[in-house]
Write a protein that binds this ligand. Sequence first.
Ligand SMILES: [Cu+2]
Length: 183
Amino acid sequence: MGERKALEYEISPDMKFLLPAFALLLSGIVYVAMTPATAHEFAASDIKIDHPWARPTVTTRQPAAVFFHLENTGERDDTLVGVEIDAGIAEGAELHTTINDEGTFRMRPLSNGIALPAGAQVAVQPGGHHAMLFGLAEPLAEGRRFAVTLVFEQAGRVEVEVVVEQPTEDAPKPEMDHSEHGS
Ligand SMILES: [Cu+2]
């Protein structure tokens, strides 16, 4: 967190609107640097979904965030419009983004989904967008695997298998403020 704060102090207040874009750029660079040793990949028509994962959770009261990497290898724009979860795993799932509210990271539902233009890659990862699971039936134990369905405007519904694991050393670990996760 220290790094992001330091960054903020160096930028004049009228440049603040650039911060989210800059943070997104940084997380993209980190993702490329992180060789996915445990990579597993899913595809549907022109959409590739790489390495869906979630952090272990200790209790069921905690929401769980699911991360993955998206690529649109086709020639038409697509959008990830939703996420679905089996009731046996969690009560509900939502697409969220993370905003930097004067140094505190907060989450907001993504009402317009995640745009995935033709040829684009989007890292859905800590510090940015994620799929949030609410009301877990059981805590997410490390090593567990479970299915999540990603819903795309064009490619339709794609079921992927999420692996529960600790983030790799290089992955950004922003402190999340879950206080606004009312149901
Ligand atoms: Cu969230």
